[in-house]
Design a protein around this ligand. Structure first.
Ligand code: ZN
Length: 283
């Protein structure tokens, strides 16, 4: 289903913060001791992203499941099915789900969207359904049941795979970069008014990774992670193109807030914070 050109409202690109944790710099950056700086607390936000494009709604990742968040001691404020009504979106209207990578904080809640087509990279899917994924340093970051659900979706034909680059809709590109995981992808979204939002997901947890060339601590392929930073820096150098980091609270400073009146039935999800990624914060 694709919206007719010019029909409906302008494309919206939103970040929904649904969780939070306080971690440390030493836990977040690879071999932090190399920098010779004192450790310090570091706030980490958890987001999923929504692209509303006429009649189509694309969800980029699905956050973590509440029970997985509780087990891992992360604060959380709502699942996509609870948060989407805040944006006036019926979860049943989600057309497609992009899984940027298969870590637990991005693959929860897929079961809430039985009618949506799921899209991810072939490399990511192949990795997490291979024996290597059971090794501790990988398994620690995934939820087995959620991988199993993706495999069932593959079997029933509602999960599609690509390699390299894929067009989700006109102006929305999925680009495989790897590094953080075997097949990590980023999403570039042409926004109304001519800019481009780059949903980097965990190719860029914190802006500092690209801005100070500091790899994140969890990494499948370090040279690929550095190359992904180069790709992101190159994109960011283009006029009107803005990076959206995957876990950085600074996203909510760099972009404008989005504050529709929440309908009463969504009151339980009222703590989620929504940011408009088509509008840089000014002032
Ligand atoms: Zn993540």
């Amino acid at each position: 289903m694709t919206a007719a050109a010019g029909g409906g409202q302008a494309r919206e690109v939103l970040a929904v913060k649904f969780g939070h944790r306080v971690t440390t710099r030493a836990e977040s950056y690879l071999n932090y001791h190399l920098y010779g700086e004192p450790d310090a607390d570091l706030d980490i936000d958890y987001f999923f992203w929504v692209i509303r494009d006429g009649a189509d709604v694309f969800l980029v990742d699905t956050g973590f499941a509440p029970e997985a968040g509780d087990r891992r001691r992360r604060a959380h404020y709502g699942t996509p099915a609870q948060a989407l009504p805040l944006l006036g979106i019926d979860p049943a209207d989600v057309t497609a789900i992009v899984i940027t990578h298969a870590h637990w904080d991005h693959t929860g809640n897929v079961w809430q969207f039985p009618n949506a087509q799921v899209v991810m990279t072939e490399a990511e899917y192949a990795f997490w359904t291979s024996p290597m994924a059971a090794r501790r340093h990988f398994a620690a970051h995934s939820e087995q049941e959620e991988i199993a659900l993706l495999a069932r979706r593959r079997d029933d034909g509602t999960l599609s795979l690509f390699t390299g680059q894929s067009t989700l809709a006109p102006g929305i590109e999925l680009i495989e970069v790897g590094g953080h995981t075997a097949g990590q992808l980023i999403v570039t979204v042409a926004a109304p008014g001519g800019g481009t939002a780059v949903l980097a997901s965990d190719a860029l947890h914190f802006y500092e990774e690209v801005e100070r060339d500091r790899p994140f601590a969890i990494v499948a392929d370090l040279p690929a992670m550095y190359r992904a930073y180069d790709t992101l820096a190159q994109l960011a150098s283009q006029p009107g193109t803005r990076l959206v980091a995957g876990h950085d609270p600074a996203v909510r400073d760099r972009f404008a807030g989005y504050a529709p009146a929440p309908p009463a039935e969504a009151a339980e999800a009222a703590e989620v914070q929504v940011t408009d990624l088509t509008r840089p914060h000014v002032g």
